[in-house]
Design a protein around this ligand. Structure first.
Ligand SMILES: [Fe+2]
Ligand SMILES: [Fe+2]
Length: 187
């Protein structure tokens, strides 16, 4: 399997936008935590999170190729792990009307949107610091559809049905993971 260093090098060679890189780092941190939660490979889940959007600057006008292109770049590095490659590709299945299949794929699906909501919740705090954000304040913003309207609540809420994790616990796991890398994501 490719190393985290290789994955990071690949990401920064393909993605220049700092906010997008920070989004990838956020999803990496949460996916690592979810991998640990499910007693799976935190390393592999983290790499899937880190790279899931890595081709965005190349595919933003070609959504059908989103995540597929990244999977191909990793294959070119010699990667053959089907779980890792499919995990990344699953992020683009939405465009083909296909749903995630595995626990790892559903984890990516649900936390992708939640990281955006958490960032938005931090940015309206006076300190704009993740360390000052509580699970309760994220949950308070959850039903307010006009707040961070792009963060699809129904996708996040799938954590209960598809992962067997209560929303409050899903927010807790994700917020803690993001707080642990706050300086790396400018929060
Ligand atoms: Fe994406
Ligand atoms: Fe994403």
């Amino acid at each position: 399997m490719i190393t985290r260093d290789q994955a990071w090098e690949l990401l920064i060679s393909k993605m220049q936008n700092q906010n997008l890189r920070r989004h990838c780092l956020s999803v990496e941190a949460v996916m690592r935590a979810l991998g640990q939660h499910f007693e799976a490979s935190a390393e592999k889940w983290g790499i899937v999170g880190l790279l899931h959007d890595g081709d965005y600057e190349f595919t933003k006008d070609d959504p059908g190729n989103h995540a597929k292109l990244m999977a191909n770049w990793i294959r070119e590095l010699g990667e053959t792990d089907p779980e890792l490659l499919e995990g990344i590709e699953s992020h683009g299945w939405f465009h083909q009307g296909k749903l995630p299949q595995t626990q790892m794929q559903w984890s990516l699906f649900c936390c992708d949107e939640l990281t955006g909501l958490i960032v938005a919740c931090a940015l309206v705090l006076p300190s704009k610091r993740l360390s000052d954000l509580s699970v309760q304040s994220v949950l308070k913003k959850f039903p307010q559809k006009s707040f961070a309207a792009g963060a699809k609540r129904e996708d996040i809420a799938m954590c209960e049905e598809k992962l067997g994790i209560k929303l409050i616990d899903f927010v807790q796991i994700s917020l803690s993971a993001m707080q642990s890398i706050a300086p790396n994501i400018g929060l």
